[in-house]
Ligand binder design. Structure first.
Ligand code: NAP
Length: 245
């Protein structure tokens, strides 16, 4: 069987880099997107290449459609096709709603919602022509239940759930699966601003009494990209330790 290619946005760190490791270990070729963490992306690409993986690191701001299109074109040129899209890049910001500026709001929507739209738009012509493809969007539990002091983040992540469900209906007849992974509290840089006390509090609010690991989220993403989930589309799967049930 010929090798498949996955495009992972935000592959330089955290959940995206754990996805890159897992997909590489399963024989996938990888378009590894990063934006500001060039060294981390280069180090990861080097390490995976040493292990035999075919990796194309690509710097692109996912909130810019031209850059996203160039990245997808580069991936298709190098590997022939993008079989799987993992739209994972994201930012977080904690602010009272009354402190969120129009610029904060726009940036959150751009990096989260616009980016997912741009990535789907860019990979879909190829997937539609092959009548095959898997799209996984990374949302959050806060997109399911809402978070105080993260209204723009929660609203943007909720939009990804709506995008998943509607796009899955539209693309089902073309044999393209669209699903969403909505992680709970995961041990990555995104939570590095939290104090030890806050982290302990979040663990206590989680029935399994621990944070999730990026690798555990990557396993869920990989399942939704694999043939084992061929009859699953339009779903939100939430690795969250029971935080949201
Ligand atoms: P992270 O370690 O902070 O990684 C974020 C990634 O997004 C980085 O690779 C970063 O790339 C990339 N990124 C940010 N802005 C970008 C842009 N404009 N263009 C391209 N890439 C961009 O965070 P993480 O925890 O792994 O988060 C990954 C995803 O999971 C996010 O969508 C996040 O919202 C979601 N999530 C995380 C948690 C959690 O508790 N950690 C929970 C639920 C959902 P550079 O550093 O190269 O710029």
């Amino acid at each position: 069987m010929s090798k498949k290619t996955v495009l992972i946005t935000g592959g330089s760190k955290g959940i995206g880099s754990a996805c890159a490791e897992l997909f590489a270990s399963k024989g996938y070729r990888i378009v590894l997107n990063y934006f500001s963490s060039e060294k981390q992306a280069a180090d990861l690409a080097f390490r995976l290449s040493r292990q035999g993986a075919d990796v194309l690191p690509f710097k692109a701001d996912v909130s810019d459609f031209e850059q996203v299109k160039q990245m997808v074109e580069a991936g298709e040129r190098r590997f022939g096709a993008i079989d799987v899209l993992v739209s994972n890049a994201g930012i977080s910001e904690q602010k009272l709603f009354t402190d969120i500026s129009p610029e904060d709001w726009r940036r959150m929507m751009a990096v989260t919602v616009d980016a997912a739209f741009y990535c789907c738009r860019a990979v879909l012509p190829g997937m539609l022509s092959r009548k095959k493809g898997k799209i996984v969007l990374v949302s959050s539990i806060w997109g399911m239940v809402g978070a105080s002091c993260e209204v723009h983040y929660s609203a943007a992540k909720a939009a990804l759930i709506g995008l998943t469900k509607s796009l899955a209906k539209e693309l089902g007849p073309s044999n393209i699966n669209v699903n969403c992974v909505a992680p709970g509290i995961i041990d990555t840089d995104m939570n590095s601003h939290l104090s030890a006390e806050d982290l302990e509090d979040l663990k206590q609010q989680t029935p399994l009494r621990r944070l999730g690991t990026p690798q555990q989220v990557a396993e869920t993403v990989f399942f939704l990209a694999s043939e084992k989930s061929d009859f699953i589309t339009g779903q939100v799967i939430s690795p969250n330790g029971g935080f949201v049930i």
